[in-house]
Design a protein around this ligand. Structure first.
Ligand SMILES: O=C(O)CCC(=O)C(=O)O
Length: 245
């Protein structure tokens, strides 16, 4: 079903910096997408092992970030351009939108580490900011297998400094005493958050892999905030409120 963002969801997004769209996609859709993605993720995992186990923020067997899936696979690209995404992005961002970034994030079983608090803009600041992250659960994301946590309202702090750590950038200062709220979601659900919303994911204490596909959409014509350069080769999603493909 094509999601229509309600006034209360829009308000929640403005106030809290995130909201959940439950079960937008079917389990069949998620299994088919996961099968496509897994071919790339497996290759990335093999690559990580060949390189000694780590590259960037990916660690073999623990957590892998496999990017540029839509750019490499026509079926994944088609998925990112589905009417559901055209509807969500045009309602939240405006009539002209691009696919900015996409990556799967797989958390391996019996993990020991969380993925730390950060703002997506902390990795690569861009203009205009914020853009929109849609965190899609390929399988159920639970309290046990490392679902996302967010700090409601944290997007209002603007971009904060991020400190490097062995497991990823950590936003600073992080003074929220309650450590935010956990957001478990069923497969096929989306967590929509701004690129300034503080979020993290927990430890996967189960024997299965937690699988997510993170899709980030922006206003068309995104620029590197430091250099002012246009980010090249972004896939257009909508123009004048209509699907571009
Ligand atoms: O899915 C996860 O475990 C974390 C992903 C995340 O925070 C991100 O891609 O920005």
């Amino acid at each position: 079903m094509i999601p229509m963002i309600t006034d209360s969801q829009r308000q929640e997004f403005a106030d809290n910096g995130f909201f959940v769209l439950d079960e937008v996609f079917s389990l069949e859709d998620m299994n088919a997408l996961a099968t496509n993605i897994e071919a790339f993720q497996r290759r990335h995992e093999e690559d990580l092992i060949a390189k000694g186990g780590t590259e960037g923020i990916s660690r073999a067997g623990e957590i892998s970030f496999t990017a540029f899936l839509a750019e490499h696979d026509p079926t994944v690209r088609e998925f990112c351009l589905r009417p559901e995404f055209v509807a969500i992005t045009t309602q939240l961002l405006g009539p002209d939108t691009d696919l900015y970034w996409n990556q799967s994030v797989f958390k391996g079983p019996d993990g020991a580490k969380e993925f730390p608090w950060h703002q997506d803009d902390g990795y690569t600041p861009v203009e205009p900011s914020p853009y929109l992250t849609l965190w899609l659960a390929l399988n159920d994301a639970t309290l046990e297998n490392g679902c996302i946590s967010v700090i409601p309202g944290s997007h209002k702090r603007g971009l904060v400094p991020h400190l490097p750590s062995p497991i990823g950038l950590i936003c600073h200062p992080l003074d929220d005493p309650d450590q935010g709220i956990q957001v478990p979601v069923k497969a096929g659900s989306l967590i929509a958050f701004t690129s300034l919303t503080f979020h993290k994911s927990g430890v996967n204490r189960t024997s299965g892999t937690r699988k997510a596909y993170v899709i980030q959409y922006s206003h068309a014509g995104l620029r590197n905030a430091k250099t002012g350069e246009l980010l090249p080769d972004k896939i257009p999603v909508s123009r004048n409120g209509k699907a571009e493909s």
